[in-house]
Design a protein around this ligand. Structure first.
Ligand SMILES: O=C(O)C1=C[C@@H](OP(=O)(O)O)[C@@H](O)[C@H](O)C1
Ligand SMILES: C=C(OP(=O)(O)O)C(=O)O
Length: 456
């Protein structure tokens, strides 16, 4: 957790005068968009991404791919699959694949998906590709990807530090083959090695050897998207050996893909219904998905809400009660800040476990949540692998966010029911949801202009 600066703007979090009642269309999934961009860049033919997320993390990915010679064109799509309620077309990216070119420079910002998913693709270029990013990117784990790529035949200069900045010196192709990796600090190590593997000469066999593996739905998302792009993948959940994934070399198809809404970014809106005893509908909630955010249906039901999925989307109705929870969130770590905020407002204690790796996310999320909820009068303690949260009456104050989009949305959530909360640097939500402040205000004033479809 880097220290905060008092010079960052403070955003007066809107206080909800009563139960919220709104329909909120949330933007596309970061994780799906950035995987789709990599797969489309490596495909044999051009492809479409419809309703891509446009946020800092995905624009950095698109910019990096352009630097490597891949074409990404902005278009307005005429597909009926993405037509809004007014019948118009949606925005889309057309991706024109090319063999990755070097020399190139990549700014990863603080995007885990960019700093981990791109180096294997860069290793296919012929020449140096320099990777750097925000100061926090120099602290986030990358050694697993660097060492695995070396074992697969790549030359990488990282000064022996195992973190950014680094330069990947591609030789125009990569052997691939068998590799072991300890992905206990990030599931993205496994996803990174699998995503580009159809283009490695021998494909890949990745064996995870660490004690634990976080965020396994995100690895299933990688496998599912690879298969939909035509790759042959053996994985533990399709009868394969536990902790082993195999990708066969072969061509990838250029796809026409509609990006699902980001279910993790739906979390603050659904939570708003839960904590105010109101009702929020998120349209286009997929009936089948690998996104970890789908677990919110179960988690927020256990915490007192009622969830209903139908053709209008997912509706969460608050019952007026908010219960504490004892949960292992290892599979769904990115939901922790929002769950912690709800837990701080519950009628009973919560224990959140299995998320020690969050200390190496955008910020040390366990330390940051503890410090900021306690600064508002809360009683949160850090455990080895999570948080213990005892609800207390909270008061207003500044909620610092440490350049972490999910800290910012957690602060907004608290401010909905605690008067006079000011969230520092709300613009940090731009990492995955630049429209957050607007969507949040509109959720609270659905009678105003644009009520017909918040976020449409
Ligand atoms: O592959 C992905 O798209 C992600 C995997 C997870 O990373 P970790 O396994 O590092 O937690 C998740 O927290 C992150 O927000 C997105
Ligand atoms: C951990 C997250 O992001 P990243 O992709 O940068 O790891 C997140 O979005 O919660």
């Amino acid at each position: 957790m880097t220290d905060h600066s008092e010079t960052l703007a403070l955003w007066p979090a809107p206080f909800a005068p009563g139960a919220v009642d709104a329909t909120v269309t949330v933007p596309g999934s970061k994780s799906v968009t950035n995987r789709a961009l990599i797969l489309a860049a490596l495909a044999a033919d051009p492809g479409w991404l419809r309703r891509p997320l446009r946020s800092r993390d995905t624009l950095l990915m698109a910019e990096a791919l352009r630097a490597l010679g891949i074409g990404i064109e902005e278009t307005v799509s005429s597909s009926s699959a993405v037509a809004g309620p007014a019948g118009g077309g949606g925005e889309a990216w057309r991706v024109i694949p090319a063999h990755p070119q070097a020399p190139a420079t990549v700014d990863v910002g603080n995007a885990g998906t960019v700093m981990r998913f791109l180096p294997p693709l860069a290793a296919l270029a012929e020449g140096p590709v320099r990777f750097d990013g925000d100061p926090r990117s120099h602290e986030r784990p990358l050694r697993g990807v660097i060492e695995a790529l070396r074992a697969l035949g790549a030359r990488i200069e990282d000064g022996g530090r195992g973190v950014l900045p680094m330069t990947v010196h591609g030789a125009g192709s990569l052997d691939g083959g068998r590799v072991t990796v300890d992905a206990s600090s990030s599931s993205q190590f496994v996803s990174a090695l699998l995503l580009s593997a159809p283009r490695f000469n021998k494909g890949v066999e990745v064996r995870h050897v660490g004690e634990r593996l976080p965020s396994t739905p995100h690895i299933r998302m990688t496998v599912d998207m690879l298969r939909r792009a035509g790759a042959q993948v053996d994985a533990p959940d399709s009868g394969g050996e536990p902790n082993v994934w195999r990708v066969t070399p072969g061509a990838l198809l250029g796809r026409d893909l509609v990006v699902e809404p980001d279910l993790s970014n739906a979390q603050p809106f659904l939570a708003a219904a839960l904590i105010t005893g109101g009702r929020v509908t998120v349209p286009d909630w997929p009936t089948r998905t690998t996104q970890p955010g789908d677990a919110l249906r179960r988690i927020f039901t256990e915490m007192g809400g009622e969830c209903h999925l139908d053709d209008r989307g997912l509706t969460l109705t608050g019952t007026g009660r908010v219960r504490g929870i004892d949960a292992d969130l290892g599979e769904v770590g990115e939901l922790t800040p929002g769950i912690a905020a709800v837990a701080a407002l519950a009628e009973s204690e919560s224990t959140l476990r299995g998320v020690g790796h969050l200390r190496l996310h955008e910020t040390d999320r366990l330390a940051a949540l503890t410090r900021e909820i306690n600064a508002l009068g809360g009683d949160v303690t850090e455990t080895d692998d999570g948080l213990r949260i005892r609800p207390r009456p909270l008061h207003g104050g500044v909620f610092h966010t440490y350049e972490d989009h999910r800290l910012a949305t957690a602060g907004a959530l608290l401010g909905l029911v605690v008067k006079d909360v000011e969230v520092e640097d709300i613009d940090t939500t731009g990492k995955t949801m630049p429209d957050f402040p607007e969507l949040w205000h509109r959720m609270l004033a659905p009678e105003g202009p644009g009520a017909a479809g918040v976020g449409d």
